[in-house]
Write a protein of this length. Structure first.
Length: 283
């Protein structure tokens, strides 16, 4: 039976790849993007299997209108892919206030608004899947991506809570974490005036690696799109899906290091309890 998808950020990258594949296998797609003309070739090919709407996820009213209209037009939506994103490549001191607001408004608040707009519909139909696109940078950190990380760590924390709250309604939520992949996203990263003070730091090293092409992009975007589709087809709903050897290795190393540091503070953590702590009911 065909699956119906709602996908944000479909003009390029993973959103575009999914929008190319899904109608070709008979699924229906509600594709949202900043410029609907970017998908006219696919609409001409797939007709009613592709529903298009303009959407800027930083516009809350527009988010609710697009989601409501998609459910009204298509009746049922099985999978919501929260994919729209914006990237800033700069050290934490170099980025502008406007860039910081935009990355937060798009990646964090925009993603939250899409999920919130979809939930009443998904609850009413008593089933559905939400796929929140994040990155390895939702659990670990790389120089020059501090504000992207702030938004991705934030949306991952939100999704951990949301997944527990919506599970009783038959709604699954998975955070998808692709690693470094040649999707064109890197070329769309906004930069800021470089501060020479950071040239000899890790921020400068990463900047040179990207500028010279030495920054490794080991993953195949086609395989990542296929893995996302396979996950939905399987019916499984893990909280996270790491995609890429870099994601797997870097996140694992980060988790191991964080756990080791966490455990090193056990004695001081327990030392601040009341003399008679009673039952612990911390979340």
């Amino acid at each position: 039976m065909p699956t119906t998808w709602f996908i944000t950020g479909t003009s390029s990258g993973f959103g575009r790849l999914l929008t190319e594949r899904l109608p070709a296998r008979g699924d229906r797609v509600a594709a949202t993007l900043g410029r609907t003309g970017a998908l006219e070739d696919l609409r001409a090919e797939y007709g009613e299997r592709l529903w298009l709407a303009r959407l800027d996820v930083t516009d809350i009213g527009q988010v609710h209108r697009a989601v409501d209209e998609a459910f009204k037009a298509l009746g049922t939506i099985d999978v919501v892919v929260d994919n729209a994103g914006y990237g800033v490549f700069a050290s934490v001191e170099e980025a502008t206030d406007e860039q910081i607001r935009r990355v937060t408004d798009t990646n964090l608040l925009g993603s939250i608004h899409v999920i919130r707009a979809a939930l009443p519909h998904l609850r009413a139909q008593r089933h559905g899947r939400i796929l929140q696109v994040s990155t390895a940078g939702g659990q670990t950190g790389y120089p020059n991506f501090g504000y992207c990380h702030a938004s991705k760590w934030g949306i991952e924390g939100f999704c951990e809570t949301a997944a527990r709250e919506i599970a009783p309604f038959g709604i699954g939520l998975t955070i998808v974490e692709p690693g470094a992949t040649p999707t064109g996203f890197g070329s769309s990263l906004e930069t800021a005036p470089v501060m020479p003070e950071y040239d000899g730091t890790p921020a400068g090293e990463v900047r040179r690696a990207i500028t010279t092409g030495a920054f490794n992009l080991p993953n195949d975007p086609q395989k990542i799109a296929n893995a996302v589709i396979d996950l939905v087809d399987s019916g499984a709903a893990p909280l996270r899906l790491p995609l890429g050897s870099d994601t797997y290795d870097d996140v694992r190393a980060s988790l191991v290091a964080r756990l080791a540091e966490h455990d090193s503070h056990r004695d001081v953590a327990y030392s601040v309890e009341k003399d008679d702590p009673g039952n612990r009911n911390l979340p």
